[in-house]
Write a protein of this length. Structure first.
Length: 398
């Protein structure tokens, strides 16, 4: 049974003044509806009503809101993005009740992402031209790469980033994404700061430190922004300059991670990584900036969804597994291993590079999990005799 993967193809576009004004109104209305629906559901939650307010009830509320004089402006934009905002809120509550996310938060006019989602009834895509509801002209999209042949977008998402750039994302099936031929290659990957990745093959991938390259320019523009009067046009221009630097850093980082993860997935059948809690690690004030710049969480996310696309497997080894302190040659476990120790010699006379040794141990642990599900933490046990490790394959069945 052949299943096609749905992919989002993102392009930049340049709206006319009328289109920009229409989209800005839509963003504002989407935010307004989302916040009002969230407030209604929060009030029902506070009253401890037995029947919670759900999507269907908020949809009925939206109809009533449009009939009021105060909110009559909601009729001026397409109704589809407003309904999609209610669906997104319903999804957020579903994740909250499933204990997969925190309680939904209100959208901020200044800080929240500006976006609107259109379904098939609210846009027209013909002959490479995309026209949204309430618009007479097609968007001036820069088609930087072709869509799959015969692609029919099911959803179109329009967004504007903090740097003022406009993007459109088209969700459609991509038949070209198929499982790659099986290979016997497996690799352990140890993430770090001196080197972004260290592979069990001995290869080390340099950490490009994208943020550090623009740190001086960013600090200079941030100082200028801090001196501008709030609410002034000069402050708006200064804020855009800061946002453009941040966007440049993020673009470079994302591009580099895409290239690395695609290469790892194409070359290896099994990829073993460490299950790190980055959100806790960034609480270290001395390392927070470097860890955030390395984007370990984004690396793992890309690796997992690409592995699912191409029939590969990603294994996440328990974060408490002592990969750096364990000798990959004889299995001896060292008592301590400070971060400043980059090479060390085991009692068996084997000299290890800290990161390469960790990658070797991660690979062995991951293979033990995939082959027989065995525990791999040596010299440690739990009272019930079960393995103290929590390795888990992250490959999800379609």
């Amino acid at each position: 049974m052949t299943t096609h993967v749905k992919r989002a193809f993102k392009y930049r576009f340049y709206p006319t003044d009328a289109q920009a004004a229409e989209l800005s109104r839509t963003f504002g209305c989407v935010r307004k509806v989302y916040n009002m629906a969230l407030a209604a559901r929060t009030e029902a939650w506070a009253r401890q009503e037995r029947v919670r307010v759900n999507y269907h009830q908020t949809s009925a509320m939206l109809t009533a809101w449009k009939k009021t004089e105060e909110l009559a402006y909601l009729n001026e934009v397409s109704s589809v993005p407003l309904q999609q905002a209610l669906r997104h809120l319903q999804t957020a509550f579903t994740h909250f009740f499933g204990r997969r996310a925190k309680y939904p938060r209100f959208k901020s006019r200044k800080k929240s992402r500006k976006s609107a989602e259109y379904t098939t009834s609210a846009f027209r895509f013909r002959d490479g031209k995309l026209t949204l509801a309430k618009m007479t002209e097609a968007l001036a999209v820069v088609w930087s790469r072709p869509l799959p042949e015969g692609a029919k977008p099911s959803t179109v998402t329009v967004s504007q980033d903090a740097a003022g750039r406009w993007f459109v994302s088209l969700l459609c099936e991509d038949p070209s994404v198929q499982p790659l031929p099986a290979t016997g290659q497996a690799v352990g990957v140890d993430v770090g700061l001196d080197h972004l990745l260290t592979l069990s093959t001995g290869e080390k991938i340099t950490n490009p430190r994208h943020e550090r390259r623009d740190r001086a320019a960013l600090a200079r523009q941030q100082r200028r922004l801090a001196k501008k009067e709030k609410g002034s046009a000069n402050r708006v221009r200064a804020r855009l300059k800061v946002a453009k630097i941040h966007a440049r850093i993020a673009d470079r980082r994302r591009d580099g991670l895409h290239k690395i993860t695609t290469r790892l997935v194409r070359e290896n059948q099994t990829i073993v990584i460490e299950d790190l809690t980055v959100r806790n690690m960034v609480k270290n004030r001395k390392l927070a900036r470097a860890i955030s710049d390395a984007a370990w969480s984004e690396f793992r996310s890309m690796l997992e969804y690409k592995a699912q696309w191409y029939g590969r497997e990603v294994v996440a080894v328990d974060r408490w597994f002592p990969s750096s302190r364990l000798c990959s040659a004889c299995g001896t476990l060292q008592d301590t291993m400070p971060l400043n120790v980059r090479t060390w010699t085991c009692d068996c006379a084997t000299t290890h590079d800290r990161d390469v040794n960790a990658a070797h141990n991660l690979l062995a642990a991951g293979l033990a999990v995939t082959v027989c599900g065995a525990g791999v933490r040596p010299q440690r046990s739990t009272p019930d005799g079960q393995s103290a490790t929590k390795q888990k394959p992250s490959r999800r069945e379609p």
